[in-house]
Ligand binder design. Sequence first.
Ligand SMILES: NCCC[C@H](NC(=O)CCC(=O)O)C(=O)O
Length: 447
Amino acid sequence: MGNSAREFNFDGLVGPSHNYAGLSFGNVASFSNVKSASNPKQAALQGLAKMRALAARGFAQALLPPQDRPNFRLLRSIGFTGTDAQVLAKAYQESPVILACAWSASPMWTANAATVSPSADSADGRTHFTAANLNNKLHRAFEHAQSARSLRAIFKDDKHFAVHDALPATPAFGDEGAANHTRLCASHGQQGVELFVYGRVEFDAAAAAPKRYPARQTLEASQAVARLHGLNSARTVYLQQNPDVIDQGVFHNDVIAVGNGNVLFYHEQAFADEAGGLVQLRRAMECVGAELNAIRVDTKKVSVADAVASYLFNSQLLSKDDGKMALVIPQECQENGAVASYLQELVASGGPVDELIHFDLRQSMRNGGGPACLRLRVALTDAEAQAMHQGVVMTEALYHTLVAWVEKHYRDRLEPADLADPALAIEVHTALEELSRILCLPGLYDL
Ligand SMILES: NCCC[C@H](NC(=O)CCC(=O)O)C(=O)O
């Protein structure tokens, strides 16, 4: 396999209906900001500012488009009838929460769009994607159709890429995509170890599981994705997430651990069996000629509550040209005393992480989505990077075009009652039609 590869980060462009509906039981931020007013314009601009800054630093940066909302098909399938305006009015009257599901801009968190295995890891030498079914939450369970469609539009060339449909949408196969998947390697172009972290096991009644909040990812789903991608079992590791931290608001593994290169940055309480997990990871890493560098954060330095509040681990760990790594963090990390002092210690330690890059992502954070939630990692060789659609690659020019597009089409305030406004649906359609032209993806949406 070619060794020269770069990791592209595909950030989700925040859609025009970004709002706070409290739809994610088990996600503390989503629950605590329910029904507060959102600012979709600011949310999109915050996300674009992150993409632009990282692209300007030389990191490979692209985007995934927002999805069409509201989902009228969902609303009609559950008995709301009439014109679009009547459907919205009836849904608002009878079930405002289901109406909010139909409007959710949750596809912005592209770490949940799919699981990705680079060509160096797969049996057929192609990059594999499996759209995540996200079946634990109604508002996310219908994302996968457009996610697969968008990925196929961008990664069309089947000589290089394979995009798989989501797993069967049933609790046994609960799949949340790359948020529960990390790849460890010596360098992005070489064979790596794929680490899948699951929350529960469907067909083992004796397996531990959280008691208060749902475990969204099953072992069975992770294994199915590994099979679809043709991964080698010696280089694939499955670890159980600690059920106690799920019960403290760690609804995805990327809220408590992040990996890049040979580094695994994780909280002491992240895994059900930390020591056993590290043994498995080190053994698998030997198969790819790499040595694991585990950076463990102790509870006495950063509690699980601080990790959840600050999103310290929902950071992007990015390789720099000088061999060091930068940690991309939300500004909440600077505002949390324990986390801020831990981070000073980390960059001064002489270890692999020597730089912090922070962003204001407050709009997304209020729904429980930090820097890592907002991006899907796709390691690509030069040939693969050339074979993908180029219109989604972030450039200074695209940034400015998209800022103007956001300024033109997005509202700066959305409240629950606005979701009954038929004008908003027309605004979203108009915006997305224009976006598909900007990105040169004419068949992107089924509008
Ligand atoms: N990876 C971060 C995902 C955050 C996402 N939040 C939400 O869907 C909140 C939506 C709302 O409450 O309006 C989730 O929990 O899956």
